[in-house]
Design a protein around this ligand. Structure first.
Ligand code: NCD
Ligand code: ZN
Length: 342
């Protein structure tokens, strides 16, 4: 059996720089015709000009339509928003709460500090992409997304009703419910790994109870109930939900470390992982909406004329890749759906 779909769109991707970029960028370009590239590099992508030079750098590595997100800081200027509005290569601005995740040291400490910027983005119709977690030490890490929605996002949505918002990599039933309750300009991305694991996976290695750094990402995976609600939202065909892999490669020594980095690397087989999740619910018929249509409609990106075919054939995910021993999500396990380009 096989299905054919328009070549997918990854609405949330980390491509890095240097050797890592050279390794992972062709993998995503093989599966996706359009990708949104995250700006949390070291140093970060803070301006439209920097985003364009990073985009040119990626184009040298692999051909793909790169849509660049610029990192929002408390020093971002109104002029930068205006420049982004005029530049088709720029998809929007990414809001990281200060210290919420990898590369968020330049993030926002208090949302009120960027209210004039959010106003300008609303007027200029420039999308806001949000990492939705609070980081206060008194909030349980598994409640960070829920508390962000209650304390920050509800306020943003109320004060800027026309702002186009993507709540990135949602992980909880609370997030699904919130996004469904909002107007059509508020949407969400869902990763493949959050459709395929619950929080037990962070504490399981080969069916034994043990710490598994390769399943540690942010926002951290939640309960089985949350996973089921995410799955139902993803397969539903509801246009508010679409794929953003959040594939986040880190070298092995940064994952297996006393200070292990957050991030699951799904870039090698993102489409196949999504297919696995949809196939388990017998909803492959809605995979194209989720992977190729809904996100493009939200961002005004045209549907490509290229297609991919996904076959039901079993293959093994490698244990590690390249010199940096990059460990893929579900390394050493089988997948049952394989992508072949038309
Ligand atoms: C991402 C990374 O490594 O850049 N890590 C992650 O756990 N998702 C950052 C992010 O998107 O939060
Ligand atoms: Zn990310």
């Amino acid at each position: 059996m096989s299905i054919q779909i328009s070549k997918p769109f990854d609405a949330h991707l980390h491509l890095r720089r240097g050797k890592m970029a050279e390794l992972v960028t062709p993998m995503s370009a093989a599966q996706f015709a359009d990708v949104i590239v995250m700006p949390n590099l070291n140093p970060p992508i803070l301006t439209v000009a920097e985003a364009n030079s990073y985009r040119n750098y990626l184009l040298e590595i692999a051909k793909c339509n790169y849509h660049m997100a610029v990192y929002l800081t408390e020093n971002t200027s109104i002029e930068e928003i205006d420049a982004a509005a005029k530049d088709d290569n720029i998809i929007g601005f990414k809001l990281y709460p200060l210290n919420a995740t990898t590369g968020s040291q330049n993030g926002i400490s208090d949302i009120k500090n960027i209210y004039p910027i959010l106003k300008r983005m609303e007027i200029q119709k420039v999308p806001l992409l949000i990492h939705g977690e609070v980081t206060r030490p008194d909030v349980d890490i598994f409640d960070r997304e829920k508390v962000f929605i209650e304390e920050v996002l509800t306020q943003i949505v109320t004060d800027f009703p026309k702002l186009r918002i993507t709540l990135e990599h949602i992980t909880s039933a609370d997030a699904v419910e919130f996004v469904m309750s909002c107007s059509e300009n508020v949407v969400a991305t869902i990763t493949a790994h959050h459709l395929l694991m619950n929080r037990n996976a962070i504490f399981t290695v080969n069916e034994k109870t043990a710490l598994n750094p390769h399943n540690f990402c942010l926002p951290v995976a939640k309960t089985e109930r949350d996973r089921n609600v995410l799955l139902r939202a993803a397969v539903s065909g509801n246009s508010k939900f679409f794929a953003g892999s959040d594939s986040a490669p880190h070298p092995l020594n940064c994952k297996e470390s006393s200070c292990g980095c957050a991030g699951c690397f799904t870039g090698l087989h993102a489409v196949e992982l999504y297919a696995k999740a949809f196939a388990e619910l017998e909803r492959l018929g809605n995979l194209e909406e989720f992977l190729s249509i809904n996100g493009r409609i939200h961002y005004g990106i045209s549907i490509p004329s290229e297609f991919i075919n996904i076959y039901d054939t079993t293959f093994l995910i490698p244990d590690s890749i390249g010199e940096e021993k990059l460990t893929p999500f579900m390394a050493g396990q089988n997948l049952n759906w394989k992508v072949l380009e038309e």
